[in-house]
Ligand binder design. Structure first.
Ligand SMILES: [Zn+2]
Length: 336
């Protein structure tokens, strides 16, 4: 049993409370490798933002859970080296699909876990989520549950169609399970192809696909039922077209990739939405930078020469998200 507090990590409780009251959202960035982690910590430390390091089941399989935990522990020290004396870093397990997996993360030093029972019948989702909460809360680990189904593909999580969260279910779910936060479905989705072109309109000037707006009426109805309760948005990458362009101009093929417009996420950040998950945008930045180096310098074979620029571009992306989309800069409880 590893106590996350001994690693210098924090759970989400306090950061969410402040985010709701302050009208901003905490970034939840997925990481799978060293460069992504360096970029996340550099951006969040320099901007004095609390941050959630998100590990998916796929990341666990790719990078090894032990290594990821030591990396998160190292991240706390790295943040301090960067001048952030009181970093607030949460290590969160994304999309846990079984009690055993969530328990293993709690035992292993994670400070927060998600149990995603959203594909189960309602009563089974309640029972599974309740079981994880009962276990995790013994160790002061916070738990995110989910109601409603997001479309799209994210590692091993996928669904054909989305189903908006039903506002009439949220009070019952939160009361029965005791979850600390609730992921909802209001039109975001996983991956870089969030919408089919036929679901979108095309900007006549730029030719860029414009997706249908998020269902803010559903979000409002949920907030009315659960005043002050932390809400989470998954699948909230914006798929920056400048990265898609670099990728496609340098040998890539990502036709019609489309994400959630940042103005809508900014609007959501000001509400009870206090955690916004961003993964695909960082993948796109990494790929764009690497493709550009390979196209311009085909003789390059030192990974530092293409992973370095990828890290720089991701740092720039994370800073932009923190300042311009989430508003979480300068929001650490202790700024010195
Ligand atoms: Zn997700």
């Amino acid at each position: 049993m590893v106590d996350y507090k001994s690693l210098g990590l924090v759970n989400t409780r306090d950061m969410f409370k402040r985010a709701i009251n302050g009208g901003y959202a905490i970034p939840a960035f997925n990481f799978n490798n060293m460069e992504q982690l360096q970029a996340i910590i550099k951006a969040s430390s320099e901007l004095k933002s609390p941050v959630i390091l998100q590990v998916s089941k796929g990341a666990r399989n790719y990078a090894n859970q032990t290594l990821l935990r030591y990396m998160a522990q190292g991240a706390v020290e790295y943040a301090k080296e960067l001048g952030c004396n009181h970093p607030e870093i949460c290590l969160h397990f994304d999309h846990g699909d079984s009690f055993e997996l969530c328990k293993s993360c709690v035992d292993f030093g994670f400070s927060s876990v998600m149990i995603d029972g959203s594909s189960l019948p309602y009563d089974e989702n309640v029972a599974l989520t309740r079981k994880v909460v009962e276990y995790a809360h013994q160790f002061d680990v916070t738990v995110e549950g989910e109601l409603g189904v997001l479309a799209g593909v994210e590692d091993e999580v996928q669904a054909e169609e989305s189903h908006y969260t039903k506002p009439e279910e949220v009070i019952d779910f939160v009361t029965k399970t005791g979850v600390d936060s609730l992921a909802i479905s209001i039109g975001t989705s996983h991956g870089a192809y969030k919408f089919k072109p036929e679901q979108c309109t095309r900007d006549p000037k730029t030719g860029v696909l414009v997706p249908p707006p998020l269902a803010f009426d559903v979000l409002d109805a949920i907030m009315e039922k659960l005043p002050g309760f932390p809400i989470v948005l998954h699948g909230s990458s914006s798929v920056p077209q400048e990265y898609v362009k670099i990728i496609n101009e340098n040998g890539g093929k990502l036709p019609d990739a489309v994400g959630i417009p940042e103005e809508q996420l900014r609007k959501a950040s000001k509400s009870a939405v206090c955690k916004i998950n961003i993964d695909s945008d960082s993948r796109l930045a990494f790929t764009a930078a690497v493709r550009k180096v390979f196209a311009e310098k085909p003789g390059e074979f030192d990974p530092r020469k293409y992973c370095g620029p990828a890290r720089d571009l991701m740092t720039e992306l994370y800073k932009h998200k923190i300042v311009d989309v989430l508003g979480s800069d300068n929001k650490l409880a202790q700024l010195d």
